[in-house]
Design a protein. Structure first.
Length: 368
């Protein structure tokens, strides 16, 4: 194999695939990147056996071939050289890396030693949407997802395809986000609905490396493939049934609050200074005060409160939330105003936009 590649192209390709590698003493090959030529393209691939990323990069192919080498060495060299033009040549399981003023020989292994990256059997049915719409939707729900060995089914994002719309859901059982993408924003050949769970790491990598333009999604019973002109991300899906989260979505609320998002963000930032180990702050409404009170206290520091002007209809309440979880939800909204719906006791509260029903964020109270 003989290639000529620009430094930026190689660096970007390595950056795209590097987090799919794995530290595995039993399989050290998982620390490697596979470099190969395929259909007049230069292909970089890495896998940890759960997730595989392939990036296609531009360059001149003088001679076809393949080799796999440790990605850490190749990334370090590429990041530190000053020359723009790189010559790569493989021979006898070594990769020669050469520029005008630098040369290295990296020990490698043949492609046959590299794990086989699985292929999806069914490429007839697909979902297709703009990558920015998909990434924006992932961002609405991903901060509610937490890795859990006890409940692996919540360690990812639920993709609930309903033919005429697509729902993405994330939860850690303390908060939940749901984003709906309507049929005007995607195309599909699927005739029936389905539910799958995309691992958190896969979603995080897509947010990091997916470039602008359309992305096509193919699905097998156990795998999912995200594909565009320069990238392929294939991942195992999480087994198991996602919780029936719709049961916890309140059908009605005792109190409705309409307020400016930035007012509540500023209040939470200030008042949380005095919160305790549980990160709890109180939100209080008393009809005679005509405003919303955000309050926290700490036996070692003292107490503080912040009053927010708001339009409030409903019952008085005094309820505590984890301020970090509340802030995560607030940051997911792009609108100036928010609707904050509250029930008393230990029942769930909801944040939503007054003019956009495609997204909501549910937050469970905490005992303080």
């Amino acid at each position: 194999m003989k290639l000529v590649i620009l430094k930026n192209n190689l660096r970007d390709g390595l950056n795209a695939v590097e987090r799919a590698t794995a530290e595995n003493n039993n399989l050290p090959i998982l620390k490697n990147v596979l470099i190969k030529t395929f259909n007049n393209k230069i292909q970089l691939s890495a896998t940890n056996l759960e997730l595989a990323i392939t990036k296609f990069i531009s360059g001149k192919i003088i001679e076809e071939g393949n080799i796999t080498v440790p990605i850490s060495a190749l990334t370090a060299i590429t990041g530190n050289i000053t020359d723009e033009r790189i010559n790569l040549e493989s021979e006898n399981n070594t990769l020669r890396f050469k520029t005008d003023n630098y040369e290295a020989v990296i020990q490698g292994l043949p492609e046959e030693e590299f794990p086989i990256i699985p292929k999806l059997e069914n490429l007839n049915n697909y979902l297709r949407m703009d990558s920015e719409i998909m990434k924006e939707s992932f961002l609405k729900v991903i901060n509610a997802v937490q890795l859990s060995e006890i409940r692996p089914e919540i360690s990812g994002i639920l993709l609930d395809f309903q033919v005429t719309n697509l729902k993405l859901v994330g939860t850690d059982s303390f908060r939940l986000g749901e984003k709906t993408i309507n049929e005007n924003n995607f195309s599909s050949t699927f005739q029936r609905g389905f539910k799958i769970i995309i691992p958190l790491k896969t979603a995080q990598e897509l947010l990091r490396i997916l470039t602008a333009g359309p992305v096509t999604i193919f699905i097998d019973p156990n795998q999912i493939l995200f594909k565009n002109d320069e990238l392929e991300v294939i991942s195992r899906l999480i087994d198991g049934a996602y919780p029936d989260y719709e049961q916890i979505i309140p059908k009605s609320f005792e109190t409705e609050i309409i307020l400016e998002k930035e007012h509540l963000i500023n209040a939470v930032k200030l008042v949380s200074t005095f919160s305790g180990k549980a990160n709890d702050i109180k939100i209080i409404y008393k009809e005679e005060k005509k405003s919303l009170e955000v309050y926290s206290s700490n036996q070692y520091l003292g107490e503080n409160k912040y009053f927010i002007p708001a339009k409030i209809k409903g019952e008085n309440f005094d309820i505590s939330f984890n301020w970090r979880y509340l802030m995560d939800g607030l940051k997911n909204f792009d609108t100036k105003e928010l609707v904050f719906e509250i029930n008393g006791g230990n029942r769930a509260a909801m944040l939503k936009s007054p003019n956009d029903g495609s997204y909501f964020y549910i937050l469970m109270p905490v005992n303080s």
